[in-house]
Structure formats: C-alpha cells, structure tokens
Design a protein around this ligand. Structure first.
Ligand code: ARG
Length: 457
C-alpha cells in the first residue's frame, strides 16, 4: 500500500527497512490516547470552523467507532503503516473514506506523538502514586504492629544500638512518602499540552490550542512549539523518579533477603512470595525480593538510555525520539509490578519477634547506654567511652556481656554506678528511653505513626 507520506517518493520500499523504522510493535500501547488526542483535535477544528461541522462530525463518529473496535480487540495493526498514528489514520480512512484525510489538518505526527505520551504518562503516574500510597499505608500498619518489637539497629552492618522494628519500617515509609510527593510534583510538567505545535513551528490555521488542551484535561499548554515537540524532560523526570523508588525498594529487598537467611531469621515470607530449589529440598528462597532488586538495574538502564538518546539532539523533532518509548513502557510496567509485589510481600511477612529481640540480648549494643549513664553521673563522655570500651574488650576476652558484670565490679570502675544500671542496659529500655524527636523511643514511633495517619485522611 502507498505510504501516507509517499507523494515526493518514487523509489521503492523495502519491507525490512520499513520494519526497522516501525514502532507499531510497541507504540500500540498509546492507541487509546492517540484516539483521544485525535478527537480533541477534530473537535477544535470544528469549533474554529477550520473544518465544516458535518465533516468534523463524520470524523468524530469514525474515531468513536475505532475506540470501540480497539476495546473489542478488533484492530489489526500493521508494520507497513509504521506507527500508531499512521495505523489509526489508515483505519479511519477504511471506515469513513477520504474525509479521514482532513483529520491531519493543522497537525503533525510530532505534536501528535508528544500529546499521546503526555496523556499516557499522566495516567500511569497517577496510578503509580496510588500504588505508593497503598504501600505507605501497609508500612504504617506493619509499624503499628511492631512498635514494641525490638531489633538490633545497624551501622556498617554491625550491631549498633537496639531500635524498634516499627521505627525501621517507618524509615522506609518516609522514603516512599518523599517519592510520592516527587511524582505528584512532576505531574505539573506532565500535564501540559503539546497539541497544536504542529511539526515544529505552529500553523497558519486559526487553531485554538487552549480548547483542545481543555478537551484532553490538560491544565496548561506548551508556550513554545519547538520545545513542545522536542521536550522529553517529562519522561526523564519520570524515569529518574522511578529509579529512586526502585532504589528504595531494592535496599529494603536486600534487608529482607538478609533477614530471611539462617544467620538472621528475623522474618519469614509467605509461600506465595518464595520459591523452592530444583535440587535442594530444604530451600525456601526470597525470589521476589531478589527479582525486584535485580529489576532496579533495568530501570536505571532505561533512565541512562534516554539521557544518552537526548544528549546530542538538535531541535526540533528527530527520529531518534522514537527510541523514547520502550524504556518508558518498560519502566512503567516494571515499577508498577514491583510496587504491587513488594507491598503484598511486606503485608504478609511474618516477623519473628523473639529472634529479633534475642539478638539484642547477646551482644554489646547496649554499650552506649553504659557510656551515657556514666556521662549523666558527671564523667566526661570521652572518658566514659574509653572506660566502656575497655569493659567491652574484657567481655569479649572472657565471654560475658555488660549486663553480666557484677555491681561490685561496676562500683570499682565508678562509685556513682548503682543497681539501676541493669535496667538501663536492658534492650527494651534502651529503645524506650530514646525520647529525642524522631528517635526510636516508643513515644516517638507512636508520634510518627499518628502524623502518618493524618496524611491518609
Ligand atoms: N513514530 C514516531 C515517533 O515515535 C512518530 C513521530 C514521527 N514523526 C516524524 N516526523 N517522522 O517518534
């Protein structure tokens, strides 16, 4: 079949070259948005009397029929027609005849494709924000169940100080809250209409870009036609926000993977989120957590791919821009699925409260408590640190912990030490006593939960 843009060509097409240039295999994901964009455009042509009302109505009816066919899965896209825009125009022509050719008045595929992508991403980002909000709620519920669950807090992956497991979960809640805010903020820049920028320079037809933008639910319109057709910042911003979210998921997954190991045994995942081994009958592997950690790499790849595609592009449209789509689709899918799987995995995860607590009882993570205690008795903190460091070393050499040292021994170290030291050394108390704002003290964790819940109302 002749190309829609075939007028100035007399050479012949090669199917394999056409296939190389085609994007229909993947840009059909934009089909619904392409029809929406076309409807808004033709409504504008009607309103401005660029097209007579009866012709515009015929085109609108044809587009509505195409929407129905699309929903019913009756559209068979062809590589010959290159991309979603040309495929749709050919279908429209088949349905309503030559008047279909008037749809493209005052429009180019350049502003058309940009419009489709803005519509698509606005929809997807809104759904991803919902997924993030659900995850935030699950984390707060889980934190509320675990305010009083004591676990070792780590620095350098070494036991540092005991903390509330709820506090640990809420740290991630805070990250995902910032992620959701970043996505919401980015919507301002996604929710902009490029339609009417035409190929690059605008058009001589008396179009009304504000009208078509309004039809599509966009809150603003690109001010510069060159920018409108060549801007892909909004996709890059999405890919970078997605990379951040995946990085947060991946850090959390890494911890869950460690916690499931024999060495930790802090949590157990349900069977739904685990898999077995084909050779080792005892295995229960945290595959989903590993996969999310792995998929983080592909999302970073999508970000770097688009950054690289754009870095040397002169204004305005260049065919290179067709390469902006697969990474975006891939990231939307990877991120949405990862968020959904992760949320279910955390929601159903069994927390082994006793093991967590026990691992704060046979260690020296209460050393800061002893140093702080001495400091409150007037010993300069640096000196207190030195004294406790020596006690730790002795404990390691003789196989005992700080809470095993008898009071008489403590009193030879400093006469101000009294029997209440043992309470201070208890890991639950070590957590409870951290009342500083934002600390792991139970009152602080409860405060965080309360403030988090207020944001859900
Ligand atoms: N399939 C093309 C893309 O995704 C649509 C725009 C084509 N424009 C053009 N001047 N060749 O970028």
């Amino acid at each position: 079949m002749a190309k829609l843009w075939g007028g100035r060509f007399d050479g012949k097409n090669e199917a394999w070259i056409d296939a190389f240039g085609a994007s229909i295999a993947y840009d059909q994901a934009l089909a619904k948005y392409d029809l929406q964009g076309s409807k808004a455009h033709v409504s504008m042509l009607k309103k401005t009397a660029i097209l007579p009302a009866d012709e515009a109505d015929q085109i609108l009816a044809g587009l509505t029929q195409l929407e129905e066919k699309l929903a019913a899965g009756e559209l068979n896209f062809s590589v010959e027609n290159e991309d979603i825009h040309l495929n749709m125009e050919v279908f429209l022509h088949e349905l309503i005849g030559p008047v279909a050719g008037k749809l493209h008045t005052a429009r180019s595929r350049n502003d058309q494709v940009a419009t489709d992508m803005h519509l698509y991403l606005k929809d997807q980002v809104t759904q991803i924000i919902d997924l993030l909000h659900h995850l935030r709620e699950v984390l707060v519920t889980k934190a509320e169940e675990n305010v009083y669950t004591i676990m070792p807090g780590y620095t350098h992956l070494q036991h540092a100080q005991p903390i509330s497991f709820g506090h640990h979960l809420l740290a991630y809640y805070q990250m995902f809250t910032r992620d959701a805010a970043r996505l919401t903020e980015s919507l301002k820049r996604i929710d902009v209409s490029p339609l009417g920028a035409a190929a690059l320079a605008g058009t001589t037809f008396p179009i009304d870009r504000f009208y078509s933008a309004e039809q599509l639910g966009f809150t603003s319109v690109y001010e510069n036609s060159l920018d409108a057709v060549s801007d892909r910042d909004f996709i890059l911003e999405f890919l970078s926000n997605a990379s951040l979210i995946m990085m947060h998921l991946s850090r959390f997954c890494e911890e869950i993977i460690l916690w499931c190991s024999h060495e930790y045994q802090f949590v157990e995942l349900t069977d739904t989120y685990s898999t077995g081994s084909s050779i080792m009958p005892q295995k229960k592997n945290p595959d989903m957590a590993e996969l999310i950690r792995g998929k983080t790499g592909r999302v970073y790849g999508d970000l770097f791919s688009l950054l690289t595609i754009l870095k040397g592009l002169p204004l305005a449209y260049n065919k290179d821009l067709q390469e902006d789509k697969e990474g975006m689709f891939d990231t939307v899918q990877t991120l949405s699925h990862s968020l959904a799987v992760f949320t279910g995995m955390v929601e159903t995860m069994h927390v082994k409260v006793d093991t967590m607590k026990q691992s704060t009882e046979k260690d020296f993570s209460n050393a800061t408590e002893l140093a702080d205690y001495l400091a409150t008795k007037g010993v300069p903190f640096r000196q207190a640190h030195e004294i406790v460091g020596k006690l730790v070393l002795e404990g390691i050499q003789h196989g005992h912990y700080l809470q095993d040292i008898p009071l008489e021994t403590y009193q030879t170290i400093h006469p101000a030490i009294t029997a209440d030291i043992y309470e201070k050394l208890d890991s639950t108390n070590a957590v409870k006593n951290r009342h500083s704002f934002g600390g792991t003290g139970f009152d602080q964790v409860l405060g965080q939960i309360e403030r988090a819940k207020e944001t859900f109302q």
